[in-house]
Design a protein around this ligand. Structure first.
Ligand SMILES: Cc1ncc(C[n+]2csc(CCOP(=O)(O)OP(=O)(O)O)c2C)c(N)n1
Ligand code: SF4
Length: 384
């Protein structure tokens, strides 16, 4: 893999070295007094984005609250790899109950703190995308609607990783998982399904909603700090690549998260009371096909068995019997380099197959790209 130059804006991250900054500007992780909330010794896979994201989120929340924080965890990889009984890698009060009730338990902890007059102690709920977007969704919506004083963080690795990479409501279209397989005429996860949870959280008009990725840890840290300044329900959605489920190399976790934002698939933004207040500009736009290795196993593209230009990050071997290369835009005609798959294959001199033609026809009916999220902001309602 070619060496990538570290962009200027990353100066000060751990990548470039905090030593380039004045001590007061250095990240929480670079401080000798950091909380180190998720200690070494846990059993996450090498390159796990969720472990990295959780460590930065909880450390930042601990710093913002003066170490007065209680964490509540949904069942999932984060819970399983950090607390193999009777051990725990957590350095703070931490609770686990069930897969689907973390927001309700967090609400209960916040209510108990309020009832006992402990306004100084704050609550953090956290879980994977399955626990948040699917089974825990009702509890989360109730937590939003009641405006309970909890910061809930979803670590989105785009599938149920802990139980073997099954599809979740956050799995992107065309992705291959154990339950959306890379076989058949239209392989992978189907289009037009799934949930955009940041947008749903915004629709609840809670005080704070943000998205972030592990590619920009300073941004993640800043958002957690800002969220901790706010009272009421807050939601943070963090993209955390999973080498095991995505079939990527452990050392590509950060790069894949960065590519997901640079190609516009994962918009990074902040919103208050249902209105977008800030969005990270894409400085160097990359085509979606550059993110091919991302998202729980992308389906194979038989038309590109000897394809000319594939992603520098896509080193994954094809799945199933098809001798293709992983290819996201194959399933997303609007993002094809030449407008649609038929034209694209024609230019390459490859015979398009039936599914290519069907995809080209569907191009006009596909949902808008996720980057359109910013334009779908509901009208602001006045708050007292
Ligand atoms: C009610 C219930 N159903 C199913 C399970 C099995 N289970 C445990 S973790 C998990 C998947 C978690 O996926 P996700 O929330 O996306 O977190 P990840 O492991 O990807 O971090 C499942 C299905 C369970 N513990 N409880
Ligand atoms: S399966 Fe994925 S989310 Fe789970 S520990 Fe491994 S890398 Fe992390």
């Amino acid at each position: 893999m070619p060496v990538e130059q570290i962009p200027h804006q990353q100066t000060g991250s751990l990548v470039a070295g905090n030593r380039l900054l004045a001590p007061e500007q250095r990240s929480g992780q670079a401080r000798p007094d950091r909380a180190n909330s998720l200690t070494c010794g846990h059993r996450a896979c090498r390159g796990c984005g969720e472990a990295l994201g959780a460590r930065w989120v909880v450390d930042a929340a601990l710093r913002a609250t003066g170490n007065r924080l209680i964490a509540v965890n949904a069942t999932g990889c984060l819970e399983v790899f950090s607390t193999p009984y009777p051990q725990s890698a957590w350095q703070l009060p931490w609770l686990h109950s069930l897969f689907g009730n973390a927001p309700a338990v967090a609400t209960g902890v916040a209510a108990a703190l309020r009832a006992t007059g402990r306004a100084d102690v704050r609550v953090l709920g956290q879980g994977g995308d399955g626990g948040t977007v699917d089974i825990g969704f009702g509890c989360l919506s109730g937590m939003f609607e009641r405006n309970d004083d909890v910061l809930y963080v979803c670590y989105d690795n785009e599938a149920y990783m802990n139980t073997g990479v099954q599809r979740s409501g956050a799995t992107p279209a065309a992705a291959r998982t154990a339950t959306t397989q890379a076989v058949g005429t239209e392989p992978g996860n189907v289009f037009g399904q799934g949930k955009n949870l940041p947008a749903i959280a915004m629709a609840h008009e809670i005080p704070y909603v943000a998205t972030a990725t592990v590619a920009d840890l300073r941004d993640l840290e800043a958002k957690v700090t800002r969220a901790m300044d706010v009272q009421g329900a807050r939601y943070l959605h963090v993209l955390v690549p999973c080498p095991l489920g995505w079939g990527s190399e452990a050392h590509d976790t950060i790069r894949l998260a960065r590519l997901a934002t640079q190609c516009g698939l994962f918009p990074v933004l902040e919103a208050a009371y249902g209105e977008v207040t800030a969005a990270t500009r894409i400085r160097r736009r990359v085509p979606v096909e550059g993110t091919c290795a991302g998202s729980p196993g992308t389906p194979t593209c038989s038309g590109h068995a000897s394809g000319p230009t594939w992603s520098p990050v896509s080193r994954r071997r094809p799945i199933g019997t098809s001798p293709g290369t992983a290819c996201w835009p194959h399933r997303h005609p609007r993002r094809w380099p030449d407008g649609d798959p038929v034209r694209h294959h024609a230019r390459l001199g490859v015979e398009p197959d039936q599914s290519d033609r069907r995809l080209a026809r569907r191009a006009t009916r596909l949902p808008r790209p996720v980057s359109a999220l910013c334009r779908r902001v509901p009208r602001r309602r006045e708050r007292p």
